[in-house]
Design a protein around this ligand. Structure first.
Ligand SMILES: Nc1nc2c(ncn2[C@@H]2O[C@H](COP(=O)(O)OP(=O)(O)O)[C@@H](O)[C@H]2O)c(=O)[nH]1
Ligand SMILES: [Mg+2]
Ligand SMILES: [Zn+2]
Length: 307
């Protein structure tokens, strides 16, 4: 049989087969050690092949993982050199940000966007709590919308409290697999409830959530009523920028990527080098100063020895 992994709790995976039936599936020991360097060989969103373990029961053994289109990593808590796959086979990512209560920094937004660029998936930025905006926030929203739209990201203003902008978001999510992220307090749970409607309750897989299974769940996928699915990443504050090399970073800023050919040195980090097309574009206002500062900050955090 074939199915998609919706959730991982310890050694059991919640799998929906192509006919829509739910299974609890696991890997056999040998397979688990089959030379995989990740701390979790199977991730939410993975397409797997599995066999039924016992006639008439809903348990199965996973026999193969289909090749991934892509996957998102975070740094493993077990060690700096181990990676942990958060989710696989994404079509896009969605970041929920807010300008008030709490305010999401552009540094956080840009790190998220860099991660999405690394995995070659388009990113959507949702600005929530529009009902709270006053002059100051409207001005800031205007600036950010312009910056991010110009760079090529989809920006959507919403008020989950008032239900504004939700239909537009639903249209963006339809028939896609979307990884949803955001700081605590921005309205991620409200968002998931809004887009799932009543569907969320029916997807609490056959009531096997409790009993001794520790809550090391890092991601869970839900089907949307109109088609497509979202992947929630509870407890995941930020994705590790794993395997980024200093020289590659500007390639993950689309407005810089487009201008790299203009730099005098092909290993230019766009800091103090002469003949830098990026710095020139910042000076003449073609590249946002804020984005550039965030670039420099991220560059500074990349430890060349750590990948
Ligand atoms: N004013 C306002 N409050 C909101 C909005 N969306 C969510 N909230 C509130 O923000 C708080 C955090 O929301 P929650 O969905 O739990 O956020 P999470 O921590 O990201 O899951 C709750 O008190 C929500 O009622 C919104 O659009 N406007
Ligand atoms: Mg929440
Ligand atoms: Zn340069």
């Amino acid at each position: 049989m074939e199915g998609v992994v919706y959730k991982s709790t310890g050694s059991w995976y919640s799998v929906k087969d192509t006919g829509g039936r739910w299974w609890k599936a696991r890997l056999k020991g040998i397979f688990k050690q089959g030379g995989l360097t990740s701390t979790n060989p199977i991730a939410v969103g993975d397409r797997v092949e599995f066999d039924s373990e016992n006639e008439g029961e809903d348990t199965g053994t996973i026999t193969a993982i289909r090749d991934r289109v892509n996957h998102i990593n975070r740094l493993s808590p077990k060690g700096r050199h181990q990676q942990h796959i958060v989710a696989a086979n994404l079509d896009q990512t969605l970041l929920i940000a807010t300008l008030r209560d709490p305010r999401t920094s552009t540094g956080f937004i840009d790190r998220f966007l860099v991660t999405s660029e690394m995995y070659h998936v388009p990113a959507i930025i949702l600005f929530n709590k529009a009902d709270l905006y006053r002059d100051k926030e409207w001005e800031l929203y205007g600036e950010l919308e312009e910056i991010y739209t110009e760079v090529g990201y989809r920006v959507q203003l919403v008020s989950l409290l008032e239900g504004k902008g939700v239909a537009e978001v639903q249209a963006l999510l339809k028939d896609k697999t979307t990884l949803v992220s955001g700081h605590s307090g921005v309205g991620k749970s409200s968002f998931i409830n809004a887009v799932l409607g009543t569907a969320i309750k029916t997807q609490d897989v056959s009531g096997w959530s409790g009993k001794g299974q520790h809550t090391t769940t890092f991601a869970e996928m839900y089907d949307l009523p109109e088609g497509g699915s979202i992947i929630d990443t509870p407890g995941l504050k930020e994705f590790g920028l794993v395997n980024v090399d200093k020289a590659e970073l500007s390639g993950y800023f689309p407005e810089m990527r487009d201008r790299l050919q203009g730099c005098q040195f092909n290993n230019c980090l766009h800091m103090n080098e002469p003949g830098c097309a990026i710095k020139e574009a910042v000076r003449n206002g073609e590249i946002s100063e804020e984005r550039y500062v965030n670039y420099a900050t991220i560059l500074d955090t990349i430890d060349e020895k750590n990948y």
